[in-house]
Design a protein. Structure first.
Length: 146
């Protein structure tokens, strides 16, 4: 089986508020971890996980209904332990208006059970999906703190 990690969240926030979580460094910092960089198409976002290293993502799409990042090696920062396995994988956020809220469909394409980091990554992504839900419900996420 080679299925990618996916999650679907039905959120009580509007599409613009959900999209804002993925289209700026400040937005990503609210749910994932301290992030710097350029969230425009062609830009790079770097999220720090303190002593665990950093993740870098090249922004491939940054629209109001779809955001796509490609995992790349961080420039000038120590990579996280799973960076090598993540290289070339994509994180896809589809933002779908639904009544008074938004459905977020997340897919980490290339993150499959065959990778050594699968179990740890599933735990981490599940935690960060809960952080997105928390932010949409309360205005406060639970991102990694250095």
């Amino acid at each position: 089986m080679t299925s990618d990690f996916t999650a679907v969240l039905d959120l009580p926030a509007g599409p613009a508020a959900v999209s804002a979580l993925f289209t700026s460094a400040d937005g990503v910092s609210r749910w994932w971890g301290p992030t710097e960089g350029d969230a425009e198409v062609g830009g790079t976002l770097v999220t720090s996980f303190g002593p665990y290293g950093a993740n870098a993502m090249r922004v491939l799409e940054a629209g109001p209904t779809r955001v796509v990042w490609e995992s790349i090696a961080p420039d000038g920062s120590a990579p996280t332990g799973h960076t090598q396995e993540w290289l070339g994988t994509t994180m896809q956020f589809d933002i779908i208006p639904m009544g008074d809220g938004t459905r977020l469909q997340f897919r980490h394409a290339g993150l499959t059970p065959q990778l050594a980091c699968w179990d740890d990554c599933v735990v981490a992504w599940t935690q960060f999906m809960a952080s997105i839900r928390s932010f949409a419900e309360t205005g406060h996420g639970t991102p990694f703190r250095v």
